[in-house]
Write a protein that binds this ligand. Structure first.
Ligand SMILES: CC(C)(COP(=O)(O)OP(=O)(O)OC[C@H]1O[C@@H](n2cnc3c(N)ncnc32)[C@H](O)[C@@H]1OP(=O)(O)O)[C@@H](O)C(=O)NCCC(=O)NCCS
Length: 222
């Protein structure tokens, strides 16, 4: 059981607070945001909101852990920055894995992951740090998801695939077995990837075609 500070005050922070309360052994004790985002009333869900710049003074790294379930904006680079800022302060981070997810005992999962109900992580799979998976995803055997990745919902990744850092896989996308997705790959909703991809590129359709090179970070709503 850990005493947990949640980074953020938006939808994902509210969801994290809810899931940790109803479906984990952890206790949420506070929320934290940077000075610029502090609301007037420093309470959320009846818990204190602490400026991130001061958090260590009141919540020592030996006694508290963080969860920062941020959205995927700018291909997860925002969540990546927050993750490293928290690590720099010296905190360990928990991962939330829904009790309704199917995770085999030889699967390895890093820290600050947020894994929702219905997701299956098959045997011999590996999930890095700072990965968000919404509901009903499937990661096929011997597959790997690297750091700072988001899977929307119902993404089907067949066996022995590798999903590069900062990638975003849209709802209902499908990845052929043995495929390597390069860093920063954006896969559009419902798209089917049949070949390896190029860094920071956008793919859509079935079979998916690259529609832009080096542009995924400029799609601001992802
Ligand atoms: C790929 C994506 C990022 C492109 O977004 P965008 O840059 O705003 O592009 P637009 O929506 O303007 O679409 C441009 C064109 O591509 C087409 N298109 C968009 N996504 C497509 C997809 N996944 N497959 C095939 N065609 C697609 C659009 O129909 C449009 O075609 P048109 O010009 O003939 O009308 C977006 O469509 C997408 O798939 N986002 C992921 C959504 C998701 O999974 N959300 C989960 C909740 S977090």
């Amino acid at each position: 059981m850990a005493k947990v500070i949640i980074f953020g005050l938006r939808d994902l922070a509210e969801l994290a607070h809810y899931y940790l309360n109803v479906d984990s052994e952890h206790e949420v004790v506070a929320f934290s945001v940077n000075y610029d985002y502090l609301p007037k009333e420093r309470l959320f869900k009846s818990l204190p909101i602490i400026p991130f710049e001061e958090v260590v003074d009141k919540y020592p790294t030996t006694d508290y852990k963080f969860l920062a379930p941020m959205a995927s904006l700018k291909m997860n680079t925002l969540r990546e920055q927050v993750y490293y800022a928290i690590k720099e302060k010296g905190y360990d981070m928990i991962s939330y894995i829904s009790s309704k997810a199917n995770v085999y005992e030889n699967v390895s999962i890093g820290e600050n992951c947020f894994i929702q109900a219905g997701t299956t992580l098959q045997p011999f799979t590996k999930v890095g740090n700072n990965v968000v998976m919404w509901s009903n995803n499937s990661l096929g055997h011997h597959g790997e998801i690297k750091d700072h990745v988001t899977l929307a919902a119902q993404v089907a990744i067949a066996g022995r695939c590798s999903i590069g850092e900062n990638s975003f896989l849209g709802t209902n996308s499908t990845i052929r077995n043995g495929t390597v997705l390069a860093k920063g790959t954006l896969v559009g909703i419902g798209s089917v990837i049949t070949n390896n991809t190029e860094e920071w590129s956008v793919y859509m359709g079935n079979p998916a075609r690259r529609i832009g090179k080096n542009i995924s970070k400029s799609i601001l709503h992802i």
